[in-house]
Design a protein around this ligand. Sequence first.
Ligand code: FES
Ligand code: FES
Length: 161
Amino acid sequence: MSQVTMTVNGKTASGAIEGRTLLSQFLRDSLKLTGTHVGCDTGQCGACVVHVNGQAVKSCNMLAAEAEGAVVETIEGQAAPDGSLNTLQQAFQDHHGLQCGFCTPGMVMSAAALLKDNPKPTEAEIRAYLSGNLCRCTGYHNIVKAIMAASGQDVSAIAAE
Ligand code: FES
Ligand code: FES
């Protein structure tokens, strides 16, 4: 076992890890930040996306040891301290961008990374960016709509599901 320390949602977080401990395991099991979901553990579904030093990362694809000293943001850090949703989260709610919610933390974190780099993405750009995030429920249309709305764009042309 060794010790890892990182900044998670603005607070210093340390814990004991094995060399093989994944960042997703450290967040969920050691820090109890279970908003980061694990759907596949093989880098395919995107449910585990968090931000590491400002970049969207599939946390099941990264060792916790690799995040030593990093700044990590998870879904738990997105809402305000009083629990009010941020713009993107509110848009997912307003536009029915979720059903069971399993993919939602990863979708929101991926979408946040997209909007940081590209504040007014086209529908095609959103769909391409989210190609690594799978959703079994929504058919994606309302997720795309939510992201367009969060970026202040007209969503009337997006097909309703
Ligand atoms: Fe990480 Fe599926 S759990 S990509
Ligand atoms: Fe159920 Fe996306 S809302 S998997």
